[in-house]
Design a protein around this ligand. Structure first.
Ligand code: GDP
Ligand code: IMO
Ligand code: MG
Length: 429
């Protein structure tokens, strides 16, 4: 199979950045297909840490890096990130990074609206990253977005901005905010346009040409399946489809070309922001997972909520993404726990469930049914072969495979690039 798509199978932060960086070695192109700078992907290479939000994780290895039409792009954040990554010694040029001409722009009005909604105190806040992601996608679907290509034509840009502000200023008045002046926004965009336009590209054509030339594409998902706007814990989700199927629509590549679907799965569960989390731990055990796993958000610095592995939820992810295999990450964080719990079903009003119910109220009410597994004392940190793993750790991994009905193709045992055990090469399954 020529191409691979990587998606998060839980609530994000599963370690996608590390795995995409590792797999980049086997790919020619790395393409983002949804989300925006709400993502925070961490790569650690020889002790140097890179934190990427909008840049595909293949940039560090110098791979052609594509930001697809399905991504929402904050032009200021884009330039800032290029400068940050350059300062770390990564060579970024417009030959290396391409942004879809048809990608939607995130503008200051989107950030404002995200914050206005998050600041309310009616118990309905989502706990977003406040990057303007949701409001930008709303405008895209509402057919009033300003897109990358609009930066190339001043008259068209002015018309788009006026149309957009017609909508936003009505909202702003409702929130008791000052109206936005169209000309201020137009001038700000005209100022940044020459910095963005060199990267603008018909990425569907670039990817088509790459495939025809026999190149391998790695599609890099952001967020996770339980944050998908359709398949996740709605309304506590992000505003895009995060599932593997979106790799096709979000870049302009046919669904048959996407190839192997690799789900990234943490060996336990974390979530940042509001919303249901059946296996969440509020005790010392949860605290310990958070400390050992350094569970703090890359983008917002918020503490991540932690809990036991939820096999029901991951099995559902396996199905809705059509996962061919998973990369199980952060196994080392579980070292030294005397016993481990794995959720194998839910209880709801006396009934046993084998799937996550769709309704928000039911999701908040379900109780996990646990299977208890033996922990291990020995260290798995940095392990690079099966033989290095304690028997109980092997048993834990095998039980997970059985429960989620998908094979573990890769196992990650530290943040470092090369601390990986490969069981099945997604590019050559
Ligand atoms: P992403 O959003 O899915 O790319 O994940 P993040 O980068 O937000 O969070 C994952 C965190 O776990 C990062 O700090 C990684 O460096 C780290 N990490 C990734 N894989 C492993 C692993 O196998 N073991 C440990 N201990 N840390 C890991
Ligand atoms: P990566 O790619 C974890 C969460 C936010 C919030 C919800 C909606 O690093 O895995 P948004 O700003 O997208 O409207 O917020 O989604 N969220 C993430 N959680 N990892 C992410 O990305 C996330 N991106 C968004 O915390 O609950
Ligand atoms: Mg992250």
């Amino acid at each position: 199979m020529a191409n691979v798509v990587v998606v998060g199978a839980q609530w994000g932060d599963e370690g996608k950045g590390k795995i995409v960086d590792w797999l980049s070695n086997r790919a020619d192109v790395v393409a983002r297909f949804q989300g925006g700078h709400n993502a925070g992907h961490t790569l650690v290479v020889d002790g140097v840490t890179y934190k990427l939000s909008l840049m595909p994780s293949g940039v560090v290895q110098g791979k052609l890096s594509v930001i697809g039409n399905g991504v929402v792009v904050d032009p200021w954040a884009f330039i800032e990130e290029i400068e940050k990554v350059r300062a770390q010694g990564v060579n970024i040029t417009s030959d290396l990074v391409k942004v879809a001409e048809s990608a939607t722009l995130i503008l200051p009005v989107h950030r404002d609206l995200d914050a206005l909604r998050e600041n309310r105190d009616d118990g309905m806040k989502i706990g977003t990253t406040r990057r303007g992601i949701g409001p930008a996608y709303e405008d895209k679907v509402g057919r009033r977005a300003v897109r990358v290509i609009d930066l190339a034509d001043e008259a068209a840009l002015r018309a788009r901005v006026q149309d957009l502000l017609h909508h936003h200023n009505a909202l702003r008045r409702g929130y008791g905010q000052d109206e936005y002046q169209a000309e201020d926004l137009v001038q700000a965009l005209l100022e940044i346009a020459p910095k963005i336009l060199p990267y603008a590209d018909p990425v569907w054509r670039t990817l088509d040409r790459a495939m025809k030339a026999g190149k391998h594409i790695l599609f890099e998902g952001a967020q996770g399946t339980m944050l998908d706007v359709d398949h996740g814990t709605y309304p506590f989700v992000t505003s895009s489809n995060t599932v593997a199927g979106q790799a096709s629509a979000g870049t302009g590549v046919g669904p048959g070309k996407v190839g192997y679907s690799l789900g990234i799965v943490k060996a336990y569960t974390t979530r940042v922001g509001e919303g249901p989390f059946p296996t969440e731990l509020h005790d010392a055990m949860g605290q310990r997972l958070g400390e050992r796993g350094h569970e703090f958000g890359v983008v917002t610095g918020r503490k991540r909520r932690c809990g036991w592995f939820d096999a029901v939820l991951v099995r559902q992810s396996v199905r809705v993404n059509g996962l061919d295999g998973i990369a199980l990450t952060k196994l080392d964080v579980l070292d030294g726990f005397p016993e481990l719990k794995v959720c194998v079903g839910y209880k709801l009003d006396g009934e046993r469930l084998q799937r996550l119910p769709a309704g928000k109220e039911a999701q908040a009410k379900i109780e996990p049914i646990y299977e208890i597994m033996e922990g291990w004392e020995a260290s798995t940190q940095g392990a690079r072969s099966w033989a290095d793993l304690p028997a109980a750790a092997v048993k834990y991994v095998r039980r997970i495979e059985e429960l989620i009905e998908a094979p573990v193709a890769m196992l990650s045992t530290s943040p470092e690039r090369d601390d990986v055990i490969l069981m099945q090469d997604p590019f050559r399954p």
